[in-house]
Design a binder for this molecule. Sequence first.
Ligand SMILES: [Zn+2]
Ligand SMILES: [Zn+2]
Length: 390
Amino acid sequence: MSLIESARPLQDKLTAIRRDIHAHPELAFEEHRTAELVARQLEALGIEVHRGIGGTGVVGVVRGGRGLRAIGLRADMDALPITERNEFAHKSTVQGCMHACGHDGHTTMLLGAAEALAARRDFDGTVYLIFQPAEEGEGGAPAMIADGLFERFPMEAVFGMHNWPGMEAGSFAIHSGPVMASADRFDIRFTGVGAHAAMPHLGVDPVVAGAAFVQAAQTLVSRVLDPIDAGVVSVTQFHAGEAYNVIPDRAELCGTVRTFSAAVRDRLEQGLRQVAEGIARSHGVEVDFQFRRGYPPTINTAAEAALCAEAARAVAGPERVFTDRRPSMGAEDFAYFLQEKPGAYVWIGNGPGEGGCMLHNPHYDFNDEVMPAGVAYWCELARRLLGNAK
Ligand SMILES: [Zn+2]
Ligand SMILES: [Zn+2]
């Protein structure tokens, strides 16, 4: 029997759980119902459960064989502040909240893996099932780490999986090295001297300084970075003035910076500050520059990524496993786990092969058909990492 076929009997049960979670979405750090559902499902399987880690996080512990090695498998549980536009029976029952990133599916696939792992226990060691809160921007991963995740549950490596629309259902993509970008924010305020718009020489115009900044900031990626390195600088807000005939006294600009490495990230932060201060000096305005770091880049370690690819090939067949996909400039807080431990974060195709509804779209829905492949992947990965139970 193929690995996927052995997970197929769970399909109906997992579909019901997935749709129940989909219908009852909860925002970051508010996943009380979801966490309780997860904990009760694990307890019903006879799995040791730890609640309330990093807020609403849950960890399940499954042991096989007598081995002392341990790994972590992680799913995220939170939904997004989006009003769902789907009309199917399991649509969100909560106005303004929706599982538009498929975390309902990730959580359910890890529950399916819990059931299969607990039934078989054919691996030699411990699997920690990590159900984390608040992936969407709020940092549930660092909250669990700060709450002692890796001290309480010592593991040698940690693994994540995210569904990916636009990839054939049940196929896999594994990156060696960067897979998702860092996501940082900047806020800049140029303060000049307000004046009558007909008498600019009596003021100091922050709008012109702001415009110069927008242009100059675009030279950082094109002129300062090594052309082989990737980076994005996007100015996404520019607020100034309220009248046709008034030069305002301030201009406020905001934006985001994306990179795949710590060095490029440092360079762009430094470069933006330098440009903002230089523009301020040349225009005679004051500047306040704030740079706030968000999620770091998600960087898979090579050896673990190779093991993930082998497990995925065993599950989906070599022709449905891709190791040459481009990384995404989106961000992912699994990055924090990978700062602490080796491991890899892979994509599982949500289908269809091209087009279809993308993540964070009000019409998105996780594809229940991919769950057997996801469950089989987790089980195969655990067995390959820890070896067969002795
Ligand atoms: Zn998302
Ligand atoms: Zn997501």
